[in-house]
Design a protein. Structure first.
Length: 297
């Protein structure tokens, strides 16, 4: 059984850890509120912009085929965008995204990877460290993007992928990220960023199709909307991941704080038992000493 000093030191150490995890939970909760507000504000705008774009481009096959971002090609050259956090201590948040990335490469793009035609755009320091350790081709470093996350700082990353697709460097661009559902739930997603999927119009959607008035022209509006819509979708994925990160960290730190509390209770019980055992031994030694003195007289 451990002595009293060792148990007391362990209790003090766990209490210090509990204070740290509690503080980290409060910081994550504060950041989560701001991140949640940002993603909830941009979702309706991004969804509506995408809806308008699909409505405008639907039913016009010639115009759709002329859109550079909608060109369907044989997938020989692939760019994967994987979004993680800059820091750890957020449970399985990063591991889940990186596991999906590895699984995607093995199951879908193993041929391209072996041929040297697979590139990675990591967003977040954990993603950058992961892909570099495993020798993937990194096209750029956006590991510090979350230090100043705005549309203006995220747009260049989207433009890099978009320009690469239009120039023919990539035949397909996919993005892997965690979508924010609530504090306790993040949904891992893998979406095709480019090429743009052909508009699939349901029967009800066809009945409710909006008849727009275009000025100066339909083609000009589409050409302006597509790049903006793609950048907004990319930015929305980054905001989703950012909110998910804070939610995952808040949950992880809350669990760590609770676990520390349980451990402190167990150690306190061990301390009391050890102390009681020490007192009992002292009493027995005193009694034994008294009996020895009595016997010697």
């Amino acid at each position: 059984m451990a002595n009293l000093k060792e148990v007391k030191n362990r209790i003090s150490s766990v209490q210090s850890t509990q204070q740290i995890t509690k503080a980290m939970k409060m910081v994550a909760a504060s950041k989560l509120r701001r991140a949640q507000e940002r993603i909830e504000k941009i979702r309706p705008y991004a969804d509506k912009l995408t809806s308008i774009l699909e409505n405008v481009s639907s039913g016009n096959k010639e115009m759709t085929e002329s859109i550079a971002y909608a060109q369907q090609r044989q997938v020989d050259r692939v760019l994967l965008v994987v979004v993680t956090s800059d820091r750890g201590l957020c449970g399985a948040f990063n591991n889940n995204a990186l596991k999906m990335f590895t699984q995607t490469v093995e199951e879908n793009y193993k041929r391209q990877h072996e041929a040297g035609f697979l590139w990675v755009l990591p967003v977040g320091r954990k993603a950058l460290e992961f892909v570099k350790r495993r020798g993937y081709q990194v096209i750029s470093d956006y590991s510090e993007l979350f230090h100043d996350l705005t549309f203006d700082t995220a747009a260049p990353a989207a433009e890099l992928a978009m320009d690469g697709f239009v120039s023919g460097k990539y035949d397909k661009v996919e993005i892997i990220y965690n979508s924010f559902r609530n504090v306790a739930m993040q949904i891992l997603k893998r979406e095709t960023f480019l090429p743009i999927k052909p508009a699939e119009v349901a029967e009800q959607a066809q009945e409710l199709e909006t008849d727009y008035i275009y000025e100066p022209s339909k083609e000009f509006i589409v050409e302006e909307l597509i790049p903006k819509s793609l950048k907004i979708q990319f930015y929305k994925a980054i905001l989703d991941s950012n909110a998910s990160e804070h939610g995952a960290r808040m949950t992880a730190m809350e669990q760590a704080t609770d676990n520390a509390g349980e451990l402190i209770k167990q150690l306190q019980l061990t301390y009391n038992r050890t102390r009681q055992a020490a007192i009992t031994n002292e009493i027995l030694e005193i009694v034994a000493g008294a009996e020895a003195l009595r016997a010697s007289k």
